[in-house]
Structures are given as structure tokens and as C-alpha cells.
Design a binder for this molecule. Sequence first.
Ligand SMILES: Nc1ncnc2c1ncn2[C@@H]1O[C@H](COP(=O)(O)OP(=O)(O)OP(=O)(O)O)[C@@H](O)[C@H]1O
Length: 215
Amino acid sequence: MLRLQNLIYHPAATPEPILKSINLELPPQNLGLIVGASGSGKTTILEILAGLAEPTKGEIFWRTKKLSDLELQQLAGLVFQFPERHFCGGTVLEELRLGHPELDLKRVKDALSEVGLEDISLKTSPHVLSGGQQRRLALAVQLIRQPNVLMLDEPTAGLDWSMRIQLAKLLANLKKHWTLLVVTHDPGELIGIADRCWTIDRGDLQPIEPSALNR
Ligand SMILES: Nc1ncnc2c1ncn2[C@@H]1O[C@H](COP(=O)(O)OP(=O)(O)OP(=O)(O)O)[C@@H](O)[C@H]1O
């Protein structure tokens, strides 16, 4: 269970807090969906959970353990918006092993098969993959590290309708083994696979029934 307790993020330069005492609980093997407009604070939540920004106040727990920034970096696998823009390996294998040259081939292949890319050659350049395959590879890059929570920032942005459906199916499959937290301004096909939903408006996070997002 991931738990955020009274989390505030208020940089000195901003008149209003960017996150206003937010609370969130996400059980294991659930998909949590945070929906909010541009600038509402979605990416900031993920950056804090990935240990990339320090909250002003509040606590983050995994099960009963309160986590430090360093522990957060190990907890979370963050897939940025448009992750394919950040690929820097010359091949799929290099991309998966970036920062982890010791990872054995079995682990590489397991990560690829988790995202349905078991048939691609490890020598392929990430840049020649289709848009949908690139998103899958970006997920595998995080999954290979076996994070406790896989976090995705606008995972369906820039994908066409059929690729969005395929990605939603993949995420529904992944949550059988992993805990997922997704943030988006455009929930669409993600609503149907979400177990818990929240809306965020100017840093104010509130729970909402997934069915209410469809209205
Ligand atoms: N360290 C910071 N200092 C000042 N302002 C910040 C800081 N971090 C974030 N902000 C501001 O907080 C607001 C929320 O940003 P955030 O990126 O979390 O929003 P978002 O909901 O992810 O929007 P988008 O989808 O457009 O990225 C924005 O107005 C942003 O400029």
C-alpha cells in the first residue's frame, strides 16, 4: 500500500502551495488514476514520489514504512510524458541496460515480454520502433528495475485511438503484478481500468468514483 499523508509542496517562489495537503492510498496491484487540467500539480506529485522533489511537509509510506528521498527513488519507476524523446541507447538492449549493465539477458527478456515486445530484436534501434512499441519499451525500461510502484505521466498522449486502447489493455495486464499510478488530463480509456480515481484542481486532490469521470 502506498500512502501519502498531508503532503504539501510550497516552493518559496510561489504565493500558493502547488500541492495542498494531499492524502492518497493506493493498494498493491491497483491502478490509481489522477485526473486534472494542465498546471494542476499532477507531475509534481509524481516527481515527489520519485524522490526528484522534496515535499514541504507531509509523509509518504510504503506499507508501514515511512520513506526517505533515497528510498523513494528505489520505490518508484517513473515513465515521463513522451518517454520516447528521452531514449539514448543505440539498441533496445542498451536502452534496457542503461545504468544497469549487470542485468542478465533473462531479466531483459522478461521485461520485454511483460510489455508484449518479446518478438523484437534486441539489436533494433529504439528510434525505428512504432509509437506504440516505443511506449511499451519505455515501460519495460522501468519494469526491469522492479519498482514497487510504476508511475506514468500522460501515458496515452500523442497516441491514436487504437494505440490508446492497446496501451490501456497492457496496463490492465500489468496491474496483475504491479501497482500503477497514472496521471492525465485526458482519462478516456483509462477510466475503465482504474481501481481508484482522484481529481486534482490547483493542488487540491479529491477522491472520485471512476464512473463519475465518465459523465
Ligand atoms: N519548483 C517549482 N517552483 C515554482 N513553480 C512550480 C514548481 N514546480 C511546479 N511549479 C508550478 O506548479 C504548477 C503545477 O505544475 P505540474 O507540472 O505539476 O502540473 P501538471 O498538472 O502536471 O500540468 P502539465 O500537464 O501541464 O505538466 C505549474 O503552474 C508549475 O509551473
